[in-house]
Design a binder for this molecule. Structure first.
Ligand SMILES: Cc1ncc(COP(=O)(O)O)c(C=O)c1O
Length: 439
């Protein structure tokens, strides 16, 4: 809930892309609301921004797209045509990448489950780079390479246990992800590295860490790189001179949802100067990989909804839109604030405003960022949620028997295509068990 009197009104500072009111209403008429709309040009621009951000790295830098953020086939296809790498976590994601025209050679496979069966499955489909994050994972990968008679480049996922100031953290206190450097057990990076170096069929390729999402302060990267350097130098004294070919620093680049955040140039520049020192210190000009999900996909996409009801309740004006958190789950789970805008806008309301969804659930109230503009709301007008391209489409669910909305894409030539058909309620009924009724 927000007091619109305190909201800044100017239209500047709204993230790309801009879709004209005419475009948005035209598409609403043709496809109904709600709908998602992706801008292909923005997806490509984000790749270029990352490449520029890490441009001062003295070795090879590769952008990877973390498919978990948005696995829409048209999004994947766009990134395939950019020639970047793909960070995958499940065999099913590999199916998506291959079907969208991607090449298994460009995949870095970092699983949480690390089973022998999945390793065998992805290796048979051509994946050559696999990141292990447990001793059990290493044993399973060893079994899979023996069974398939192939050689795989294996990386080790470490958890540098650094403090991360971010919305979603994956390092200190998050033992689920990665290996401790020198924990006493076999589940330490040192022990796994020692064993990996001696395993036929596995070529040690380098290290991986992922610190969290929406990271604004580069200090955690600095701490992680410093710890990794000490580990590499120490391990070499005991194990001999292994070569580091690749260092993957994970994801985490932030998106300006409700406020200004550092750009890849701001963050990348700082991280890169330390990585250049690491190259000098360990004597390996490793390929640097940054695997981004949120930064690459979020800003490309808007969710277009329509005001379907309004009422006053005490001091507050309630605006009801025809989408609920079933399509923007993190707004309910994480109270994630997307910039929201009434189109066309109007004067800010003198009343407090609450933006609520169509679900019969008290949680279905959208948090409103300071960059939101809800003035001029009336029944029938469109309300646009911006920067929704990451971790939203992929978390759609049919709560309240809500069919999934269509996803549209404005392509590089400025024309529109359907990137995912809207689900019709008959199909939803069948998928949810309706087709079992006759059993
Ligand atoms: C291993 C790994 N890499 C990359 C990412 C992408 O992170 P982000 O979307 O913040 O860039 C994630 C997200 O959970 C991850 O777990």
């Amino acid at each position: 809930m927000v007091d619109t009197r305190t909201q800044p009104v100017p239209r500047t500072g709204v993230a790309a892309p801009r879709f004209s009111d005419r475009e948005l209403y035209g598409l609403a008429e043709k496809y109904g609301t709600p709908y998602f709309l992706i801008d292909e040009a923005t997806l490509r621009k984000k790749v270029a921004e990352m490449e520029q951000g890490f441009g001062e790295y003295k070795g090879v830098f590769r952008v990877a797209y973390s498919v978990k953020a948005n696995f829409n086939p048209s999004v994947i296809k766009t990134f395939v045509s950019e020639g970047i790498l793909f960070d995958l976590t499940a065999p099913s994601e590999l199916v998506f990448v291959l079907k969208a025209g991607g090449d298994a050679e460009n995949v870095m496979y970092t699983s949480i489950t690390e089973t022998a069966a999945e390793y065998e499955q992805v290796i048979r489909k051509g994946v050559k780079k696999i990141v292990v994050a447990s001793h059990n994972g290493l044993l399973n990968l060893t079994e899979a390479v023996a069974k398939t008679g192939t050689t795989v480049k294996a990386m080790i996922r470490v958890n540098p246990e650094v403090h991360v100031h971010a919305e979603l953290r994956g390092s200190m206190g998050h033992g689920k992800f990665g290996l401790q450097f020198n924990g006493g057990s076999q589940d330490s990076a040192f022990y796994v590295l020692k064993k990996l170096l001696a395993t036929p069929g596995l070529e040690f390729d380098g290290f991986h860490f992922h610190l969290g999402s929406q990271i604004e302060d580069p200090a955690c990267y600095a701490d992680a790189i410093e710890k990794l350097e000490a580990f590499i130098l120490g391990a070499r004294r005991q194990l001999g001179n292994f070569k580091v070919n690749t260092l993957d620093i994970g994801g985490g680049l932030p998106v300006p949802y409700g406020k200004k955040v550092p750009s890849p140039k701001d963050l990348g520049g700082k991280i890169v100067s330390q990585l250049n020192s690491l190259v000098e210190s360990i004597g390996d000009r490793f390929t640097l990989v940054a695997e981004s999900g949120r930064f690459l996909s979020a800003e490309s996409t808007v969710l277009v909804t329509r005001v379907v009801n309004m009422k006053g309740f005490g001091e507050t004006k309630y605006i009801y839109v025809d989408a609920g958190y079933n399509v923007l789950l993190d707004s309910a789970l994480l109270r994630h604030e997307y910039p929201v805008e009434v189109v066309p806008g109007g004067k800010p309301s003198p009343q407090k405003v609450a933006l609520v969804g169509r679900l019969c659930d008290p949680l279905d109230v959208f948090p409103i960022s300071s960059r939101s503009r809800l003035g001029g709301a009336e029944v029938g007008k469109l309300v646009v949620f911006r920067e929704v391209g990451a971790y939203s489409l992929v978390m759609n669910m049919p709560f309240h028997s809500q069919p999934r909305p269509p996803v549209l894409m404005r392509n590089g030539q400025g024309s529109y295509m359907v990137a995912r058909k809207g689900q019709d309620v008959e199909k939803l009924f069948a998928d949810e068990g309706g087709d079992c009724l006759s059993n």
